[in-house]
Write a protein that binds this ligand. Structure first.
Ligand code: GAP
Length: 430
């Protein structure tokens, strides 16, 4: 894990938030490469869950919602961790993280009674503090979907089964920090609420578990590093009838990437109760009204991004030296093409290289780099997962060809400049 954390900082994937002030615990900033990678992860999810299907539409709801939303959803009452303090070393822990009744810090076994600690961040709306202006930063994006269920039906004429998908920030005042971007206080979720008749809920629950398990593999995660784990009854969230996690074998152990839950009709019923609005679905064919069941695949953008980074990280021996390479799926790689002039003092080569970049960047995310010798430049691009390096040399000025090097095979092809766009388009198809 240290190698990933160090690469992330050194090459601009992830920085500690507020670092110059000492760093704010459990918050992280994505740097130039990290923000590209994360965008690509979200794009890949949106394609699979929304654009490549006929039965899902998107939504972008606000982070601040009426505080009654969280009463109805059960978060005000139930969304807490139970905390205990070690009487010996005074450190605080989540009760469910204590193993064999031993303090993880000092090993003693004397704890205070458990106390509930709500994970929602409270804030206030407007200038006057008071009961009516209390609000929370949303702890999940899901509720934005439930409260818009009627709006989406009315504006799109969707019939069951169909889903509403959303990607956005969520906030939780997590007690235990650590494991880099795995557990953060501010993070992004990719959530789908898939509405179905109660009769079809089990079928779609299984389908979505399979689809989501496959998605991580489609984007390059090795199957042996993924597993499904069904929650036992006593572990289920207050709303869930069933839940299965997709877990990844992180360097710190198997941990949750995503949960696929059967939320039954809990949320729509609760919001109907609290808002006094009719949120039932009208089945016009059978002239019946009922609350749909909901299957919810809910994943973390940051956890997926971290898993893609960890899984793609490789070290290999090349000519007696260690080559670090991120074998990221081409769709996820932050940079698709690097354009490298062989001699930075030769202005003709530099100009040609810059002109090539100008053309290619209309189609691909490109960088130009002339800050080191070619061997070093290749190594730097491998380390951040750049798919192809295009090298412009003295011969290029005469033969109008460049060398294109493949990240994974390191094979180099000589390609005519006027064929470069076509060549790369073919290679970067995904
Ligand atoms: N709407 C259901 C829900 O929010 P969850 O299991 O609490 O379920 C879903 O969260 C996903 O969100 C998790 O599988 C994880 O990927 C991500 N997630 C949750 N808490 C997180 C945190 N503190 N930091 C980063 N990601 C988190």
């Amino acid at each position: 894990m240290e190698k990933i954390v160090s690469l992330c900082k050194r090459r601009g994937f992830v920085f500690q938030s507020s670092e110059i002030y000492g760093g704010l615990a459990s918050t992280w900033d994505y740097g130039p490469l990290g923000s590209e990678l994360k965008r690509n992860v979200k794009e890949a999810w949106w394609k699979a869950v929304v654009h490549h299907r006929d039965d899902v539409v998107g939504l972008d709801a606000s982070i601040l919602m009426d505080s009654k939303v969280w009463e109805a959803s059960g978060h005000t009452k139930n969304f807490h961790d139970v905390l205990v303090d070690c009487k010996q070393c005074k450190k605080r822990f989540r009760e469910d993280h204590i193993k064999d009744n031993k303090c993880p810090a000092c090993g003693k076994t004397d704890f205070t009674e458990g106390r509930a600690f709500n994970l929602m961040f409270k804030t206030q709306l407007g200038a006057v503090a008071g009961e009516n202006s209390d609000a929370y930063l949303r702890p999940e994006t899901a509720q934005g979907i439930f409260v818009n269920f009627k709006n989406v039906i009315d504006s799109t004429s969707r019939r069951l089964p169909f889903g509403i998908a959303q990607i956005g920030k969520s906030f939780r005042n997590e007690v235990t920090a650590g494991n880099f971007t795995f557990r953060m206080r501010e993070f992004e979720q990719m959530e789908l609420e898939f509405f179905t008749s109660p009769q079809d809920a089990d079928k779609f629950y299984s389908q979505w578990i399979n689809e989501r398990f496959q998605w991580y593999q489609d984007y390059g995660i090795k199957k042996e590093n993924l597993q499904l784990r069904e929650h036992p009854k006593d572990e289920l969230a207050h709303y869930a009838k069933g839940c299965t996690d997709v877990e990844y074998r992180f360097p710190f152990g198997w941990s949750e990437l995503e949960g696929i839950a059967n939320r039954a009709d809990f949320d729509l019923k609760q919001h109907a109760d609290f808002s006094k609005k009719d949120l039932q679905y009208h089945d016009q064919i059978n002239n019946k009204k009922f609350y749909p069941y909901v299957i919810e695949p809910s994943g973390g953008v940051d956890r997926a991004t971290l898993a893609f980074l960890v899984d793609s990280y490789h070290e290999e021996e090349v000519e007696g030296k260690t080559r670090v390479v991120l074998r990221l799926h081409k769709a996820l790689a932050p940079i698709k093409v690097a354009i490298l002039p062989l001699l930075k003092k030769n202005t003709d080569i530099v100009n040609l290289a810059k002109n090539i970049k100008k053309e290619l960047q209309k189609s691909f995310v490109c960088v130009y780099n002339d800050t080191a010798a070619i061997g070093k430049l290749y190594r730097r691009q491998d380390e951040v997962g750049t798919c192809y390096c295009v090298t412009v040399d003295v011969d290029s000025l005469q033969d109008k060809q460049v060398t294109v090097r493949d990240r994974d095979t390191m094979v180099q092809d000589r390609i005519a400049i006027d064929q470069l766009q076509t060549y790369l388009t073919e290679k970067l198809k995904y």
